[in-house]
Design a protein around this ligand. Structure first.
Ligand code: SAM
Length: 160
């Protein structure tokens, strides 16, 4: 469901960095996406062609997703989220984690800048891995709850 929306982007799994998008509706490959400027406002995060990366109307979906993954707030829980975007899901995780460990993987420099400005790099219990998940992550451990919001990935509930 979450990932279907991203299909138009083709953002994130392609290693075909040489391919140039033909127009705003064409698939956007990883290299193009990562070198494009992104712009935030209160309602959305968009790229140079005003393609939506994330929209605030998705907040309820993010919240429900967190409730599914962490039905009961449990002390010491560990969470991995790939793709910060507007930080909606990560804020929801923070509200539910109450301590524990929260790892966020983010590749886009403009998103990382925003995370820095908003203090995510210093939040207790939060580790930000800067780069593409393909480059900075080992495969998720069994039973580690994790979610991604990028094409070709999925969300899996787990225990710890
Ligand atoms: C749809 S947004 C995520 C929105 C987020 N769930 C929220 O609640 O605001 C996707 C994010 O994934 C990041 N991203 C895309 N490809 C990535 C990759 N290969 N590795 C890490 N992050 C990636 C993008 O820069 C973007 O910030």
């Amino acid at each position: 469901m979450l990932l279907g929306r991203m299909a138009g982007w083709g953002v994130l799994e392609s290693d075909d960095d040489e391919k140039e998008p033909k127009d705003a509706d064409a698939d956007v490959n990883t290299g193009h996406y990562l070198s494009a400027s992104l712009t935030y406002d209160a309602e959305k995060l968009v790229d140079e062609d005003t393609n939506g990366v994330m929209m605030s109307w998705e907040a309820e979906i993010m919240k429900r997703s967190v409730e599914e993954l962490l039905p009961t707030p449990t002390k010491g829980m560990r969470v991995l989220n790939v793709g910060f975007g507007m930080g909606i899901v990560d804020a929801a995780f923070q509200a539910r984690l109450g301590g524990g460990r929260h790892v966020i993987v983010e590749a886009h420099p403009d998103v990382l800048k925003k995370m820095e400005m908003d203090g995510w790099m210093e939040k207790p219990g939060v580790t930000v891995l800067q780069g593409r998940w393909q480059d900075v992550c080992s495969p998720p451990q069994p039973n580690l709850p994790y979610r991604t919001d990028i094409l070709g990935s999925h969300t899996a509930p787990g225990n710890r």
